[in-house]
Design a protein around this ligand. Structure first.
Ligand SMILES: Cc1cc2nc3c(=O)[nH]c(=O)nc-3n(C[C@H](O)[C@H](O)[C@H](O)COP(=O)(O)O)c2cc1C
Length: 262
């Protein structure tokens, strides 16, 4: 529950004005009415640092410093235009400190109703086990009568055949050193986190591949989900991660924008 420190509160009303739940009343001082979704706007907007939410780690809250924030619009657009799906990686491990920065990008992403239901699973040390489990699952599907196999699974059988002929031809894992799964109650929340994590990854020199095929086959594999430690949570996104072995020298062309102006 939101807590307002009466000694610090000056009754300016900024917290009440910015409260989407209309949960704060101000007479002389601000007061909280009930439980809320704990979006933290009241904490972030208070000029006196009078508001806290003890359910969170309040030491994590940072003060805004205009001088340290120098992101320019052209840099933002540049990062979007020059990011590329990376399907070829250097055989270098990704440092844990780097992966932890991706966690921060995911964690601070907006979520509907502030649900914060996204969870992140990084697989690097145990990547060989992950690969074995995924390919074994596909092997087991392949053993079924072809007429019983869901059409959506047929590409996996082809990927598996290709991999068996040439281990380097691995459509699911490429040669990436790490895999990230995002589990969430909401596909959109997970997608937004994935995008923020990719932006962060690129800024750290990493490359990423959103991997829809790997996400779907992993989510269908209950045993794998137990091994990942996510139980029955839904895998909404999956990304290969690593330092890119390919360098792109220009942007990729795109369709003209589909926009309506009224
Ligand atoms: C949700 C999503 C799933 C994707 N799944 C795969 C995949 O399974 N395999 C793959 O090679 N590329 C996958 N991609 C990458 C797209 O093919 C790629 O984004 C698109 O061709 C544009 O290239 P770019 O990312 O370099 O701009 C996926 C992209 C998205 C957004």
């Amino acid at each position: 529950m939101v807590v307002i420190d009466e000694k610090k509160c000056i009754g300016c009303g900024l917290c009440a004005a910015d409260c989407i739940a209309l949960n704060i009343e101000v007479e002389e001082k601000a007061g909280v009415k009930k439980e809320c979704m704990q979006c933290g706007h009241c904490v972030a907007v208070c000029p006196k640092g009078a508001v806290s939410i003890p359910e969170y780690d309040m030491d994590d809250v940072e003060e805004y410093d205009a001088d340290s924030f120098t992101l320019q619009p052209e840099q933002v657009l540049h990062s979007m235009k020059f990011r590329r799906s990376i399907r070829d990686y250097k055989q270098e491990q990704v440092e844990e400190s780097v992966l932890r920065q991706l966690v921060q990008a995911g964690r601070y992403t907006a979520t509907a109703k502030n649900s914060q239901s996204n969870g992140f699973v990084f697989v690097q040390k145990e990547l060989t086990t992950l690969k074995d489990k995924v390919w074994q699952f596909i092997d087991d599907i392949s053993k079924k009568d072809i007429r019983e196999i869901d059409k959506a699974l047929l590409p996996y059988i082809m990927f598996n055949q290709r991999r068996k002929k040439d281990a380097a031809d691995d459509y699911l894992f490429r040669n990436a050193p790490a895999v990230l799964y995002i589990v969430s109650d909401s596909p959109l929340d997970a997608g937004l986190a994935a995008q923020n994590m990719e932006t962060m990854a690129v800024s750290l020199g990493l490359g990423v591949l959103y991997n829809g095929y790997l996400a779907r086959i992993s989510d269908a594999n209950e045993e794998l989900k137990q091994w990942l430690g996510i139980g029955d949570r839904t895998i909404r996104a999956c990304m290969l991660l690593g330092y890119p072995a390919r360098h792109y020298v220009r942007t990729a062309p795109r369709k003209a924008p589909d926009v309506i102006w009224k």
